[in-house]
Design a protein around this ligand. Sequence first.
Ligand SMILES: Cc1cc2nc3c(=O)[nH]c(=O)nc-3n(C[C@H](O)[C@H](O)[C@H](O)COP(=O)(O)O)c2cc1C
Length: 181
Amino acid sequence: MRILIAYASKNGTVEKCVARLCEQLRGMEIDAVNLEKGFADPSNYDMVVFGSSVYFGRLRRVARSFLKNHESVLLKKPLALFLCCGLTEESEYYLEKLFPQSLREAAFQILYFGGSLSTEGLSFLDRLLVRSIRSSLYEANLDNGDYIAPSLPGILPENIDRLATYLRKEACRLNNQTQKR
Ligand SMILES: Cc1cc2nc3c(=O)[nH]c(=O)nc-3n(C[C@H](O)[C@H](O)[C@H](O)COP(=O)(O)O)c2cc1C
């Protein structure tokens, strides 16, 4: 049972999520490929997990290209989708709108893994943009003119572990199916 985890991570959040997922799936045959740096062909795998972060309201460009180029193959595989973003309250919307409908319908799991609005380790430009996203989250307290600091997002390990459990179950189910044939 070969599993591909194809993902797009620019600044490392998705990468950290994938590291945890791989840790939870220890003992299974997994290839994890960051599409920002490498190439993956889903047709060589029995199951595919696909994830990306959100930048400017869209999945990463390499993520969109991957989904477009491999859509017909992905539709034939057991597929799980996830994303990371900084605006937690937008995550439901992103999960619904950013993945093609055909793939959402085919996927056995679609999950939000959390995200980061930390400026640590970012390029100058990304730091500026994350600061501006963060300042848009401050809420004015109209009674006394104070501002309420936003609660910043983080990675959601429980969602990553949930996916790991599903993947193990799905792998068992597929193995049983193959043995019966
Ligand atoms: C330039 C820039 C644009 C971003 N745009 C969005 C956005 O439109 N919506 C959102 O929810 N988060 C946005 N984010 C936050 C990222 O989705 C978040 O930091 C995520 O954890 C990045 O994952 P990665 O490090 O794996 O690429 C943006 C971050 C940067 C640096």
